[in-house]
Design a protein around this ligand. Structure first.
Ligand code: ATP
Ligand code: MG
Length: 486
């Protein structure tokens, strides 16, 4: 697997996310706090300018009062008062500008801006103050600082005779940023370095298990035994667990596939092996007949051989076909109520000629309950088992077919008095073409399909079959089928 270079890595994405979050947080928080600080500064300035303006206005009004009626700002008393107020303001950070009733400058603590008699138009709220109201005006200085003017009316005898304008400046959000630029830059750099470090750590922590998984997945293609160690955060841990389960599945199904392949190839070689001997027999007999020059009795014998071997081939083909049908069947078996006892008796009867020929007695004992299934096939189960038993039992001995009911099941036991089955063969008996080593001769059996057919039929009837040896000698086959209820 190759890495797709067009895709951004987890590291890049994390870094971008961190920086974005940090930037948004820094900008948002700073804007909020700077704004708060600016309003705080403005409030403080407003308070101090207001009291300054009011004090100045009161002082001038007092001077006007003591100068008698008809006194104006130009009168001696008020003039002196104004002069001393302006002098005092020159030593402070705020500015004091006094205008008369027509809005003309009387005195200004800033030297060289307004001379006495100048029209004061640049201060917008002067006209409002001259109408008797205290008004604030807010603006920006060229330097970016906030500038605030408080205009307070000066009254005498109920009439507005002028106004005092107190002005001052304070910092703004912008000036703070400029003033503290080096500090802010340092914090930003520290933050960037921290974000980079954090990204690196997180990336390692997150991607290490992913890399291990990637390596595991790449190796799995050639080695199904590969597993990874679950680690890291929950998601990668769970992913590793899921990966291991998947690998387990792949491994077991590949083993199964392998096994199935092996079974198939063995089956094909078994079938060809089984076909070869009857075909050779037929060919030899036919050749001999073709040569001519043989006794009429021998001629008959060879013809009989040909028929017998042809029958064997037919039987083999039928058995294989039947096995194939049973194992490949998907529930199309015609199901009926079957009297298992009767089926067993019929099967024993059908085996009677063989039993008589071999001098073996077959007896049926007991009763089994009704079962659900195919009569013909169940009869074949009993038939094949009895056929084996009779073939393995010496002349003069007996074979017993015992029927019973046990734990809701119909039970069939076929017992014989033969040599029994060698222990190592017990496990393989039900495989196709399996014959115990000693019984390779034709007298005791055929192709080795009988028990495979029995097992397939019993399994398709949801039953079980077991083979064992009796303590007193001889083989015992036990078939259990679910009893038909109701
Ligand atoms: N009652 C028994 N006693 C001893 N061995 C048995 C008995 N039944 C089966 N076997 C062994 O099990 C093997 C398999 O039996 P199975 O019925 O499948 O094949 P077969 O009888 O050899 O051939 P087929 O039944 O196809 O004609 C037999 O070859 C035999 O070795
Ligand atoms: Mg058999």
């Amino acid at each position: 697997m190759t890495a797709d270079r067009r895709r951004t890595s987890i590291r890049t994405r994390l870094l971008a996310a961190f920086l974005l979050v940090a930037l948004a947080a820094a900008v948002g928080l700073s804007a909020y706090f700077l704004n708060q600080a600016e309003s705080f500064g403005l409030r403080r300035l407003d308070e101090s300018l207001r009291s300054e303006g009011q004090l100045a206005a009161s002082a001038i009004e007092a001077a006007l009062g003591t100068s008698g009626s008809g006194a104006t700002l130009a009168s001696d008393g008020p003039k002196r008062a104004i002069q001393s107020l302006v002098e005092a303001a020159r030593d402070s950070t705020s500015r004091l500008l006094i205008v008369d009733a027509r809005g003309k400058a009387v005195a200004d603590s800033y030297v060289g801006v307004f001379s006495p008699g100048d029209e004061v138009v640049s201060v917008a709220n002067v006209s409002s103050a001259l109408k008797g109201k205290t008004v604030a005006g807010l603006g920006y200085q060229d330097s970016g600082r906030r500038i605030l003017d408080i205009a307070v009316p000066v009254k005498a005898g109920g009439k507005v005779v002028g106004a005092v304008i107190a002005s001052g400046t304070t910092f703004s959000a912008l000036t703070v940023v400029f003033d503290y630029f080096p500090e802010i830059a340092t914090v930003v750099v520290i933050f960037l370095v921290a974000a980079l470090l954090l990204t690196e750590l997180l990336t390692r922590w997150l991607t290490a298990p992913l890399r291990e998984l990637q390596a595991g997945a790449a190796a799995l293609a050639s080695d199904h035994g590969v597993r990874v160690q679950p680690s890291g955060p929950r998601e990668t841990h769970d992913l590793a667990v899921a990966f291991n389960e998947l690998a387990e599945e792949i491994e077991s199904s590949s083993v199964e596939l392998h096994e199935e392949e092996r079974r198939k190839s063995r089956f094909v070689s078994d079938v060809s092996h089984e076909l070869r001997s009857p075909l050779t027999g037929i060919r030899l007999a036919a050749e001999t007949l073709l040569d001519g020059d043989i006794e009429p009795t021998d001629e008959k014998r060879f013809l009989a051989t040909i028929i017998r071997e042809a029958d064997r081939l037919t039987g083999l083909a039928n058995d294989l076909l039947q096995l194939q049908r049973i194992e490949g069947a998907t529930g199309e078996l015609p199901l009926a109520r079957v009297d298992f006892t009767q089926a067993a008796r019929l099967a024993v009867e059908a085996n009677e000629p063989l039993a008589m020929e071999r001098g073996v007695t077959v007896s049926v004992e007991g009763e089994a309950p009704m079962v659900l299934g195919s009569r013909d096939r169940l009869q074949q189960v009993v038939g094949n088992l009895v056929d084996n038993a009779v073939r393995h039992t010496p002349s003069g001995r007996r074979v017993t077919v015992a029927l019973s009911e046990d734990d809701g099941q119909a039970v069939l036991r076929v017992l014989d008095e033969g040599p029994g089955i060698p222990e190592p063969d017990l496990a393989n008996l039900f495989q196709r073409f399996y014959r115990a080593q000693y019984s390779r001769d034709r007298a005791t059996g055929g192709a080795g399909l009988g028990l495979a057919i029995v097992k397939a039929i019993v399994t398709s009837h949801l039953g079980t079959i077991e083979a064992a040896n009796r303590p007193e000698g001889g083989a015992l086959f036990t078939v259990r089928l679910p009893k038909l209820r109701g």
